[in-house]
Design a protein around this ligand. Structure first.
Ligand SMILES: NC(=O)c1ccc[n+]([C@@H]2O[C@H](COP(=O)([O-])OP(=O)(O)OC[C@H]3O[C@@H](n4cnc5c(N)ncnc54)[C@H](OP(=O)(O)O)[C@@H]3O)[C@@H](O)[C@H]2O)c1
Length: 352
């Protein structure tokens, strides 16, 4: 039996109240102060993962800090707490630990954390990219968009996930716009894409403008607030929102029934897996970053895998092969906590 752990954290104070009811009645600032001094703890035991080749069990470990705290507290304080969570994974007997949500965003995307642990570490970003690309292409096809005739905007393009998504998709689309906060880093990426694929990508820091000209949008920023507004989206467009917290505002779901928003992609986990923790997904499905940690354990591959800001296309391709071997697969689309229905797809198709 192989063993892994996965570190989770509350995205916002509201998530704390789901676990500790009393937090509902306490001001946010007090809850955040309490979290600051709360040590990491085991959330649940994950059982029943079974591929054709191996079995695995694992644990969810909480690193009690919100996304806002992860970004605003001193980096050393945050890293120390994530490392403590990793030490707990070591004690439980895990051979690899995955970094969920902002625990992989803070600092150098897992490199320092891995240096302080005696077990392997992965951000899960390689499989996150593989699944986001598969989901985006599938959703675009369902709506009748030809990639070779499409304009893609990648938002958060200078990030670990955005960068590699842009590099891979540049081969398939007609136009590409890279969106980020730092124009010189965007220019460097555009130069790399031109060299690798021959496509001259546009660069901008203006999210709104970029979104208006795209029929396919892939967004993966580390912004704490939604950055895509309903009025900017083209009718019939598809948006794959990998970011947690979301980049796309809830108003889009309420006001724009003519666009399709999908989350990064739900992954079906092989076997009769019991997570014993509700992270908002249907039974036996997981986020791609969780799935990457599980499949590396099933593979007995206890070496750090996705680490740092620069992932390679080969890492994404290799993890997709490992996923296929152990029977992990895209389980369908979710949009704002609900499964995407055929009716919804048809409505967007008609709007197009
Ligand atoms: N769904 C999943 O399974 C899964 C798995 C892993 C991660 N995630 C989520 O994916 C997101 C990205 O992760 P990552 O590891 O790629 O993070 P990252 O390396 O920090 O990249 C985020 C990028 O977004 C840019 N950015 C931040 N705010 C922006 C804004 N307002 N407009 C445009 N660009 C902006 C950042 O620019 P600067 O560097 O200039 O700040 C950075 O280049 C996070 O929300 C994370 O929680 C999801």
């Amino acid at each position: 039996m192989e063993r892994f752990a996965f570190i989770v954290h509350p995205l916002a104070v509201a998530d704390v109240a789901r676990k500790f009811n009393v937090a509902k009645y306490i001001p946010d600032t007090v809850v955040e102060k309490a979290l600051r001094f709360m040590p990491p703890f085991t959330v649940s035991h994950i059982t029943g993962i079974k591929s054709p080749y191996n079995t695995a069990e694992g644990w969810f470990i909480a690193c009690p800090l919100t996304a806002k705290q992860m970004i605003s507290l001193p980096k050393q304080v945050v890293l120390k707490k994530i490392i403590q969570a990793g030490k707990l994974a070591e004690k439980l007997g895990a051979g690899i630990v995955g970094l969920g949500a902002f625990t992989s965003v803070v600092g150098d995307a897992g490199i320092t954390i891995a240096q302080h642990l005696n077990i392997a570490v992965t951000t899960g970003n390689s499989y996150t990219v593989a699944v986001a690309l598969e989901a985006t292409k599938k959703a675009a096809k369902m709506l009748g968009h030809q990639l070779s005739d499409s304009s893609l905007a990648v938002i958060g393009a200078t990030g670990a996930i955005g960068q590699i998504c842009a590099l891979v998709m540049a081969k398939d689309v007609k136009n590409l716009t890279l969106v980020g906060k730092d124009i010189s880093r965007l220019n460097n990426l555009a130069a790399k894409i031109l060299y690798n694929t021959g496509l001259a990508a546009k660069v901008t820091t203006d999210v709104s403008k970029a979104v208006q000209t795209a029929n396919i949008i892939l967004t993966a920023t580390s912004s704490l607030d939604a950055i895509i507004a309903p009025e900017d989206l083209q009718s019939g467009s598809v948006i794959c929102d990998v970011a947690r917290p979301r980049d796309i505002s809830k108003q889009v779901a309420e006001q724009r029934h003519d666009v399709l928003v999908i989350e990064g992609g739900m992954v079906a986990v092989p076997g009769a897996v019991e997570f014993n923790f509700d992270f908002g997904f249907p039974l036996r499905t997981a986020y791609a970053c969780m799935a990457e940690t599980m499949m590396l354990a099933l593979e007995g591959r206890y070496q750090s895998y996705s680490l740092g800001q620069e992932l390679s296309v080969k890492q994404v391709e290799d993890i997709a092969v490992i996923a296929q071997k152990h029977q992990f697969k895209l389980a369908g689309f979710r949009s704002f906590e609900k499964e995407v229905s055929e009716e919804q797809v048809n409505r967007v198709k008609q709007a197009r």
